[in-house]
Design a protein around this ligand. Structure first.
Ligand code: GTP
Length: 499
């Protein structure tokens, strides 16, 4: 996502400014101009950028900067607050209630990703115990019903539509009625799009909204539309009462600044972002963590959530027991690799770590790391149970290495590399030996029982540097203290992947 570049440019501008011995108005202006350029290049609307510049100037007190306060922090905080203000319209969108029928209407131009997003939205809620249903009121595009039907069938979500009926209002009303009777609590109406903003499209939207009386209208916008975002979003808002925005294709090369414009134009919050073509490539949008990541400030809560999503440490007493006994086996390593791969792109997880913007984890590198993990897992697939459950490296004799190489179709050199990686990780994990095992329901004791000094020994040097050395680590530990969790041990694993 090109937004990461924006974060990088802003961070560089702030860094340059804080390097100056004296910060006067001129230096501050230069910094703000640099940031303005970066925002405009990212397709943020000109007026928003100009207002933001004026506001920052009002907030930042030059005397504070001159008095030797942490200049970088002051400016960064001001930018952070401004971006949050733009992205947070101040009122939350309508929140549907489980068990009570809500009608959600999706609008957007053709190709914005509307149909895909309807299914993602339904699937996301279905996983959380809702009873969603999809209605295809797109009678304009041939094939729209087929697409929705296919998506819905794959996700096992009930759907309604027609190959013959050409009146979108009729389909929408019938579909909504049917699913209300079936007690569906989230009735999602997909509507027609057009290639461009046309009066006929807006008229149709108005009529469908009038007929179905939606509780929420969600405007779906492709993140790559650039400077056109503001006008497009505003045009939809003027026709139907848009209450929330979903930005799609955030995984692509979009500059992404249009997202800020869409919020400004609709005065509605972004509730989700689409991050890929697959049904589960869909993330809840939270303003503060998003801006934090954008500015390379990290997103601890997101990082911890991600970890907890895939590594429910509380449910792994056996693993913790083994680790506390210093018994790190190849099987444990295999299982940890599986979990890391489940977390999705390693870079995405990394970008949530303070100091580790997506720029520091370029895409190519990410892929390499994942491919390496997969290769190592293939090698381990050819190992016997005895080999996997043993923590004595002497067991791995030359003849075993050759057998495993042959079985997995990988060169013996790579088997040896994998074993080296294992030894390195076993050493890292051996530092966990003797730690108190948490009782069921308790947060991992690992994070509470380690201090920054111990932690700095466990972390790979490169990561320690990125976090900001011992000082940065201490700050992070403080933050983590209030959150608990298993981030620290996982960080050891990440370091192992990308050494
Ligand atoms: N990479 C990526 N592709 C997406 C995302 N969301 C949707 N797409 C793709 O965008 C294309 C258009 O999506 P559709 O869902 O067909 O678009 P639509 O807005 O419903 O189009 P109409 O029904 O014609 O109005 C499809 O190829 C989708 O797979 C996303 O978040 N990331």
């Amino acid at each position: 996502m090109v937004l990461a570049q924006l974060g990088g440019s802003i961070s560089r501008a702030i860094q340059q400014m804080s390097n100056a011995t004296i910060i006067d108005e001129k230096v501050l202006n230069e910094c703000l101009n640099e940031i303005t350029r970066a925002l405009l290049q990212s397709d943020v609307q000109f007026k928003l950028v100009r207002d933001m510049q004026t506001n920052i100037k009002k907030i930042v007190n030059l005397d504070d900067l001159a008095a030797g306060h942490n200049k970088r922090k002051i400016i960064q905080q001001a930018i952070f607050n401004e971006l949050c203000t733009i992205l947070d319209p101040g009122k939350p969108s309508f929140t549907p209630k489980k068990g009570k029928s809500s009608v959600i209407m999706f609008v957007g131009l053709q190709g914005s990703g509307k149909t895909t997003t309807c299914t993602k939205y339904a699937y996301y809620h279905q996983k959380k115990g809702w009873k969603p249903a999809l209605v295809c009121a797109d009678t304009f595009r041939a094939g729209a019903f087929d697409q929705l039907k296919q998506n819905a069938t794959k996700a096992k979500i009930p759907f309604y539509g027609s190959y013959t009926e050409s009146d979108p209002m009729r389909i929408a009303v019938e579909g909504v009625e049917r699913f209300k009777q079936e007690n569906c609590d989230l009735i999602i109406v997909d509507t027609s799009g057009r290639h461009k903003q046309e009066a006929s499209l807006f008229e149709e939207m108005r009529q469908v909204a009038e007929a179905t009386k939606p509780d929420l209208v969600i405007f779906v916008m492709d993140s790559s539309i650039g400077q056109a975002a503001f006008d497009q979003a505003q045009a939809f808002k003027q026709s139907v009462s848009v209450g929330a925005v979903i930005i799609t294709k955030m995984d692509g090369h979009a500059k992404g600044g249009g997202a800020l414009s869409a919020v400004a134009a609709t005065k509605s919050p972004i509730i989700f972002i689409g991050t890929g073509e697959h049904i589960d490539e869909f993330e809840v949008f939270d303003v503060k963590p998003f801006v934090s990541r954008l500015l390379g400030m990290g997103d601890w809560s997101g990082f911890m959530d991600k970890i907890h999503e895939v590594v429910p440490m509380d449910q792994q007493p056996e693993l913790l027991q083994k680790l506390s006994e210093g018994n790190f086996t190849l099987r444990i390593m295999y299982e940890q690799f599986q979990k890391i791969l489940k977390m999705g792109p390693i870079g995405q997880v990394f970008s949530m770590l303070p100091g580790c913007s997506a720029e520091l984890m370029p895409k190519g590198h990410e892929k390499e790391s994942q491919a390496k993990l997969k290769r190592y897992m293939t090698i381990m697939d050819s190992m016997t149970n005895e080999e996997l459950d043993n923590s004595n490296p002497k067991l791995m004799t030359e003849s075993r290495i050759i057998r495993i190489a042959r079985g997995s179709g990988r060169p013996p050199r790579e088997v040896m590399d994998m074993l080296e990686e294992y030894k390195r990780l076993a050493k890292v994990w051996s530092k966990m030996k003797g730690l108190k095992i948490p009782k069921k329901g308790e947060m991992s004791a690992l994070s509470r029982n380690m201090n920054a000094q111990q932690m700095s020994k466990v972390l790979p040097q490169q990561m320690l540097k990125q976090i900001g050395g011992m000082g940065g680590l201490q700050g992070l530990m403080k933050q983590m203290g209030s959150m608990g969790g298993s981030a620290k041990d996982m960080m050891g694993m990440f370091g192992g992947v990308d050494k």
